[in-house]
Design a protein. Structure first.
Length: 251
């Protein structure tokens, strides 16, 4: 590791990754945002899924101030985050064949909807089957993953394929295999993961693109406002009323 504090070096690494994603994924980000806008304009619903820490970026766009009200979390019990005990159970569930199909079959998704699947490695059974089964049901699938894993690791799905192989659009987070940006002679393992920073930024870039694309078509984007600003709750109640049949995180 070169000169600079670990904090400086992490910020440099994260900023470098964000710049790469901004430049190299611009077309895919635009395509993903327009796909979501197409779905909303056609009356479809939006869903996001991620397992483990990949779920953080999915959760960041659900029921979010400044975000699209129609983005719903497709939650799989036990893999949403580290709230399950033991935490290692979540990792184990990602490798269970057939779980994705059961989740989709009991979810509100239907043909014409869009699903964003976030998986850093894209190698486990759950995200791969989620993409395959969702497309089989007539959903459009956007995958957010690190494409490097497909060339440097082996798939854990029986097909030998990765998430990236089953998506309508792929967003490459550029994260190196292992998800650790820093090394230090006095520390025996690489450290400081940046995947959450980069993936969350990718997701928000897509959402911003979708909102602007809807506005360009003369459709008011169904955006939520912060409940901590005056009039925010009233605004959100109106949006929830208007789009209630496409929002599944409320009663």
């Amino acid at each position: 590791m070169s000169d600079g504090t670990p904090a400086d070096l992490f910020f440099d690494a994260a900023i470098g990754l964000l710049q790469r994603v901004r430049e190299e994924e611009a077309e895919s980000i635009a395509a993903a945002g327009n796909l979501l806008a197409d779905t909303v304009a056609a009356g479809g619903r939006l869903f996001a899924f991620g397992a483990g820490h990949s779920s953080l970026a999915a959760q960041d766009v659900v029921y979010r101030a400044g975000g699209l009200a129609l983005m719903n979390l497709l939650a799989v019990p036990g893999v949403v985050g580290v709230d399950v005990t033991p935490a290692t159970l979540g990792s184990a569930l990602e490798r269970v064949d057939g779980l994705a199909g059961a989740v989709l079959d009991t979810s509100p998704v239907r043909s014409g909807d869009a699903l964003v699947i976030i998986s850093l490695s894209g190698r486990n059974a759950l995200p791969v089957e989620m993409a395959v089964n969702a497309r089989g049901l007539g959903l459009k699938v956007i995958g957010v993953t690190s494409v490097a894993y497909a060339s440097q690791t082996t798939s854990r799905h029986s097909s030998g394929t990765f998430l990236k192989d089953h998506c309508d659009i792929v967003l490459d987070s550029k994260i190196a295999v292992g998800d650790a940006e820093l090394t230090l002679d006095t520390i025996p393992a690489p450290f400081a993961p940046a995947s959450t920073v980069v993936t969350a930024a990718l997701m928000q870039a897509v959402m911003a693109t979708a909102a602007a694309a809807l506005a360009d078509r003369g459709i008011e984007p169904p955006l939520l406002r912060s409940g901590n600003v005056d009039g925010g709750h009233e605004w959100n109640r109106r949006v929830m009323r208007e789009y209630g049949d496409r929002i599944f995180y409320r009663h």
